[in-house]
Design a protein around this ligand. Structure first.
Ligand SMILES: Cc1cc2nc3c(=O)[nH]c(=O)nc-3n(C[C@H](O)[C@H](O)[C@H](O)COP(=O)(O)O)c2cc1C
Length: 337
């Protein structure tokens, strides 16, 4: 069992977050996660500039359903005053907390001085937290990396400055910017950060099974866990990881029938969210690849996905894969197309 964590008055129980993931943790997926017991979720990264200029794609990223709460908005940017102004708007929209992106490795983002570029500019990172802290009372976290590269591992120094600037917690993705998403996350660094800070640390990187969560907590002493790729096609993981060993915890991994039901629910939520099959099918092809990972026939399914253009085809393909009769493959919310 992972114990709860109270951050700025918000109780997250157990202390398990789904990590922010651009192109993945949109509203439909967050709703699936919350319905399956994920204790807290975060938006995709959202541009503070886009928000302040009310750009249409950014506005879409800010929309959410109340069932997603507790919900953090993740902001990225480089100007402290602009991030503070964006943070005020986010709070007014009803988000429960704010996470500041200091880890995105994408060249377009770091070239602007945002994301992981802030690991090389600790003064600016600190000024951002200080400016945002001044205007919001809600839980405020920063998600950082180990550092820029193996030669520049400075998470401890950066995080300490963020703590002094008023962050309520720091989430550490224990890889450097140079690593991107490859190689193993350095959990020992998470442990060193825990020892260094007064505020809670959320450990992130390589959590793929419920047992991984227990192991990360035992090895690092971190107060909370943040799950990334392990929950793709596997939205049951956050609850299973939080409740490992608890009496009455639901079976993990879930049976084939439940995998199919949840996929159908996800598909239905996506259809309702984007309003058309044309827009819902492309992202759901990607999710279907994840949901089918490890199942016999998944490779053939992946090959045939490009030919599928309707929600019914996706549902039927997954039903065949999990061995269900195709007449059952209509999720309760799959009404709009
Ligand atoms: C497709 C993808 C999108 C991501 N988008 C974001 C993002 O928007 N903000 C962020 O802070 N991290 C983002 N990340 C990083 C994850 O939040 C997480 O830190 C990383 O995947 C490491 O955890 P893992 O090893 O458990 O996957 C992204 C990762 C992936 C694979």
């Amino acid at each position: 069992m992972i114990p709860p964590l109270v951050l700025g008055g918000l109780r997250v129980a157990p202390a398990v977050w789904m990590a922010p993931m651009a192109g993945v943790t949109d509203s439909p997926f967050r709703r699936v996660l919350r319905r399956l017991g994920c204790p807290a979720v975060v938006t995709e990264m959202i541009s503070a500039e886009g928000l302040l200029r009310a750009q249409r794609p950014t506005r879409a990223l800010l929309a959410f359903d109340p069932e997603e709460r507790p919900l953090f908005a993740q902001l990225f940017g480089r100007e402290p005053a602009r991030l503070a102004a964006a943070a005020e708007q986010v709070v007014a929209l009803g988000f429960d907390g704010i996470d500041l992106n200091m880890g995105c490795p994408v060249p377009k983002i770091v070239r602007q001085g945002s994301g992981a570029a802030l690991m090389r500019d600790p003064g600016r990172a600190e000024a951002i937290v200080r400016a945002v802290r001044k205007v919001v009372a809600c839980p405020l976290t920063a998600k950082i990396r180990a550092g820029w590269s193996a030669d520049e591992v400075n998470a401890l120094e950066v995080a300490e400055r963020l703590q002094d600037a008023g962050a309520d917690a720091v989430a550490l993705h224990a890889r450097t910017r140079a690593q991107g998403y490859a190689g193993r996350a350095d959990w020992a660094l998470i442990g060193r950060l825990v020892a260094r800070l007064r505020i809670p640390v959320l450990g992130n990187g390589d959590l793929h099974t419920p047992e991984d969560g227990e192991r990360m907590r035992a090895e690092t002493g971190c107060a909370g866990l943040m799950i990334g790729r392990g929950a793709l096609g596997n939205p049951w993981l956050p609850r299973a990881l939080g409740q490992l060993g608890a009496p009455g915890a639901p079976a993990y991994p879930p049976p084939a029938r439940e995998r199919h039901e949840v996929f159908c629910t996800h598909l239905g939520l996506m259809l309702a969210w984007v309003g058309s099959e044309r827009h819902a099918v492309p992202p759901m092809r990607k999710h279907l690849i994840w949901y089918s990972r490890g199942l016999r026939g998944a490779t053939e399914l992946r090959r045939s996905l490009g030919r599928m253009s309707t929600a019914a085809e996706l549902e039927a393909a997954f039903a065949r894969l999990v061995g269900l009769p195709e007449t059952e493959n209509h999720g309760p919310e799959h009404t709009r197309s």
